[in-house]
Design a protein around this ligand. Sequence first.
Ligand SMILES: C[S@@+](CC[C@H](N)C(=O)[O-])C[C@H]1O[C@@H](n2cnc3c(N)ncnc32)[C@H](O)[C@@H]1O
Length: 267
Amino acid sequence: MPDIYVTPDAIPAAVVEEIKHSLERRAATPQQRAALTSYLSDVGFPDGARVLDIGCGTGPQARTLATWPGVAEVVGVDQLEPFLERARELAADIPNLSFQHADARELPFEDARFDVVVLHTLLTHVPGPEHVLAEVSRVLKQGGTVAIYDGDFSTMSVATSDADPLQACINAFVEGNVHDKWLVRRLPEVLGEAGFAPQAARSHGHLETASPALTKGWTERGALYMYQWGRIDEAMRDALVAECRRRIEIGAFYGFMNYVSLIASKS
Ligand SMILES: C[S@@+](CC[C@H](N)C(=O)[O-])C[C@H]1O[C@@H](n2cnc3c(N)ncnc32)[C@H](O)[C@@H]1O
């Protein structure tokens, strides 16, 4: 089943609402906040930097960027207007931050408009990431920086043994929410082909045991997908959800995914 972000107009309104909350919830976790600070510290923001956040969602990274030292202006763009509406509400008191509707592969900006472009969990969702990077290169000044942060979805796991049935939920979640789960491993090469020179690369593991803020939801959504796609019946869906909750309750849950940041300059 395709990544829901590939056909944004087909995402049911209730799912859009749920994702609005889950994006904010994810960004607010201490591990994701630390990862954002960590990779933004690898970026040399020039004084008065103009920054573009592509695939900004409800804008959690754009809000951080707007107060980052040296940054004068931040523009967030996304393909989903409901996300942008929420982003504008949440950033109402941030004067140097604005949001626009745009497709990442066809940006409504003149050449060399920005010093830094941020792609925070965008690229693995877009068919043709090379088209996004071509646009990033066009709107960046010479010597400007692209900062990419994305999931290495091949590492997403809740398994605690071989053939753990809960891992089937995670595999279904990735199938329904990610276009290319291997992309970050090919990104150094893809970035080079797009004319970017590598500056920094980091790994950011996201591990959850007690109170899993993200991985519980990924597991339960995966069970729901398998039911909606007709692969399992209602009883199996409920059993998988119950097993996930049981493990959390007895302290036996383990959820993990590695995220990767790559910083590169336009050469
Ligand atoms: C996983 S969300 C990440 C949102 C935000 N950066 C965050 O991490 O909270 C991916 C975002 O990319 C957007 N997106 C996906 N494909 C896009 C495209 N072709 N053009 C613009 N935005 C796109 C989606 O609408 C969604 O808001």
